[in-house]
Design a protein around this ligand. Structure first.
Ligand SMILES: [Zn+2]
Length: 244
């Protein structure tokens, strides 16, 4: 999954951009090491961390960059060696604690950021534009305004996803961050790949609609219908089995 998302030909990330994580068990997960490149990443590009001490940081009040660094290093399962977890480990820990989320992929696709770095981003993502967007990426993405990466971003993602859950009754598949990028949440590694691919396509189509008067959104009635249709549910399960 990490190599897939990091493949330069997909244009989801370049250089050290983006980070990925995978649940190991209820107490630990793998996350990309700080500074590692996703392109061609291997086993040694990840660090296993304990989630409890990381989740505690989200409720620990103001933490300096130094304190965050120290606590992240202390959360490693293996304390030997200098390998440091990414500062975005905080939001990975919280997202992996959500039901049915076992893999998380965070990328900065050029097509997605063309929207998320624009003046009109909020209006552009208010509606759904084609059936497969809903099949793979759910009824709607969750989204939030630009927030300082690290502890502040993890706390903002937590409140955004909680508010989304209160409103929609489920965990989003896609979280969009203004002036930053996207996060895909999946039960399997394949699902994270599928969601990222599909939302990048959504972004490209949205950009294309600007040449013809802007996007025409599917009605809420049809969005709900697509989300609950048995044949679409079947397609979703087949896609998950193939991807995962
Ligand atoms: Zn990022």
């Amino acid at each position: 999954m990490s190599q897939f998302l990091g493949d330069p030909s997909r244009d989801y990330v370049i250089l050290g951009e983006g980070n990925t994580s995978a649940r190991i068990d209820d107490e630990t997960f793998f996350v990309k090491a700080s500074g590692t490149r996703l392109a061609g990443i291997e086993r040694d590009g990840f660090v296993a961390v304990r989630n409890a001490p990381i989740l505690e940081m989200l409720d620990a009040g103001d933490l300096s960059d130094r304190e965050i660094d120290q606590r992240l290093m202390a959360a490693r399962v293996d304390q030997s060696g200098p390998i440091k977890p990414s500062v975005e480990t905080l939001f990975h820990a919280w997202l992996l604690s959500q039901p049915d989320v076992n893999f998380v992929g965070h990328t900065h696709p050029t097509a997605v950021n063309a929207i998320m770095c624009s003046v009109g981003w909020r209006d552009a993502i208010q509606g759904r534009i084609f059936p497969d967007e809903i099949v793979y990426c759910g009824v709607a993405p969750a989204y939030l305004e630009y927030t300082d990466p690290g502890c502040a971003l993890a706390r903002a993602i937590r409140s955004t996803v909680e508010e989304y859950g209160d409103r929609c009754g489920l965990v989003p598949k896609v979280v969009l961050i203004q002036n930053h990028g996207m996060i895909a949440l999946g039960a399997t590694a394949g699902e994270v790949q599928d969601i990222t691919q599909m939302w990048v396509k959504v972004a490209r189509v949205l950009a294309g609609t600007q040449a013809f008067g802007g996007p025409h959104f599917i009605s809420q009635e049809n969005v709900d219908r697509l989300h609950t249709r048995p044949d679409e549910d079947y397609r979703r399960r087949v896609a998950r089995a193939q991807g995962g």
